[in-house]
Design a protein around this ligand. Structure first.
Ligand code: ADP
Ligand code: ADP
Length: 237
């Protein structure tokens, strides 16, 4: 379970991107965070694993406060956080399988990971997960030969293989067509249920959030402005 309490972030520029926000994500629920550009969505998700250093507040993952960890402990703790972020794009020249296995090793550089030999059980698990995300016959393809939707699935497989305690997804669908976006969202919610892992997704398409999320939180100007199930939000207009 992820429990964020009174999280604040003020950038050195003086921008108050988060003004003390709290939320919990647990079980196998999918929570979509929506809000206009500049609301603080990306800052929020990046503060969870301290890719951005929070200014104040707590981020507890199964009880332990990530904001208090030293660099070594943080590196270990990050293996419990499955990240599907744009900028962690895949390593273009590596194959699908290599990209997935590189994640499993805790984000060591792709090339050094590539030169290692991987334990058979990891390879087996990678095959299972690639099957699950619909890339069962693509393990030897280079990532630069894949479509946008296929690449997103590789990113999902790479995050899921580490058995994370939470999946964080930053804008999963920006350059995907509506049908592919729907498929990717459905895959994420199905995986949450199957693996019993909560998912927190930043997304700007409100209709995708309404269709797929169990709960929606609205962020505006560094604070949560609403929260509810899609049905509740629908009723509220
Ligand atoms: P969103 O993801 O909702 O678009 P962001 O978290 O990217 O919002 O941005 C929230 C606010 O923080 C914005 O005012 C943005 O300009 C500011 N901000 C984001 N990143 C930085 C940064 N590295 N330095 C200074 N200000 C930033
Ligand atoms: P270190 O502390 O040695 O930098 P990190 O765990 O912080 O190790 O991550 C190493 C690098 O990999 C960092 O640049 C980090 O931003 C990046 N990274 C973190 N998570 C992922 C991920 N899911 N996929 C790809 N790269 C990642």
């Amino acid at each position: 379970m992820l429990e964020v309490t009174e999280l604040r972030k003020t950038y050195p520029t003086g921008d108050e991107a988060l003004k003390g926000v709290s939320m919990a994500v647990e079980g196998s629920e999918t929570v979509a965070m929506i809000g206009p550009s500049g609301a603080g969505k990306s800052t929020f998700i990046r503060c969870i694993n301290r890719l951005t250093e929070p200014s104040d507040g707590e981020v507890r993952l199964d009880g332990s406060d990530l904001t208090e960890l030293d660099d070594d402990a943080l590196r270990t703790a990050r293996r419990d956080v499955g990240m599907i972020f744009q900028e962690y794009n895949l390593v273009e020249r590596l194959t699908v399988m290599e990209n997935v296995l590189t994640g499993r090793l805790g984000y060591v550089s792709a090339w050094s990971a590539f030169r290692r030999s991987f334990p058979a059980e990891d390879i087996e698990r990678a095959y299972d997960i690639l099957d699950r995300v619909g890339l069962g016959d693509m393990e030897n393809k280079r990532v630069d030969e894949l479509s946008g939707g296929q690449r997103q699935r590789v990113g999902i497989a790479r995050a899921v293989i580490q058995n994370p305690k939470i999946l964080l997804v930053d804008e999963p669908t920006p350059s995907l067509d509506p049908e592919t976006s729907n498929t990717v969202m459905r895959l994420l919610t199905d995986i949450a249920a199957e693996q019993d892992v909560p998912v927190l997704i930043n997304i700007h398409e409100v209709d995708l959030a309404m269709e797929h999320a169990d709960r929606i939180v609205g962020l505006h100007d560094g604070g949560f402005v609403f929260e509810g199930t899609p049905d509740e939000l629908d009723d509220a207009g």
